[in-house]
Write a protein that binds this ligand. Structure first.
Ligand code: FAD
Length: 117
């Protein structure tokens, strides 16, 4: 099948939104188990992301810049920087990671699992 840049970009936008929203709910003070879970998630994600070239680039970034899991801020900052590396490679603008604050809101309010991120 031919490559379809529109679909690839749509998948990218949806995925980034999910990933940034997920780390915005990662605990401020994660347990060892929380930290391992997030680290595993990104490694599994790098194996399974359906755009093969994107996944390969992502795995190369992971090797150089392993996921930061010590806190919500560290994780959000790491993902923002990672997304910026992809932006750079694709000739897109850099996002100001100091402004990420409340940009990604899951809309789930204070649900029971908030302590779990
Ligand atoms: P996107 O980059 O999708 O960003 C969506 C929105 O997120 C932006 O409009 C902005 O509001 C916000 N944003 C932008 N930068 C940041 C940041 N640093 N931190 C937080 N929020 C930000 N496409 C390819 O063609 N080749 C690839 O190799 C490739 N690799 C990818 C790897 C991964 C892991 C993912 C998830 C996607 C990849 N994509 C790749 C898709 C690509 O990154 C874009 O998603 C797609 O091109 C659509 O771009 P966009 O300009 O709409 O904004």
């Amino acid at each position: 099948k031919l490559e379809n840049a529109t679909l690839k970009a749509e998948l990218g936008r949806a995925t980034w939104k999910f990933l940034h929203t997920m780390v915005a709910r990662f605990p401020d003070k994660p347990t060892e188990s929380d930290r391992k879970t997030l680290d595993s998630f990104f490694h599994l994600f790098g194996r399974l992301y359906p755009c093969g070239d994107c996944a390969r680039h992502f795995r190369e970034m992971l090797k150089k810049y392993p996921p930061q899991t010590s806190s919500r801020n560290a994780a959000a900052g790491w993902l923002c920087a990672t997304h910026n590396m992809v932006n750079k490679r694709l000739g897109k603008e850099q996002f100001d990671c100091t402004k990420i604050g409340d940009f990604y809101d899951c809309g789930c309010g204070d649900d029971k699992d908030k302590g779990k991120g």
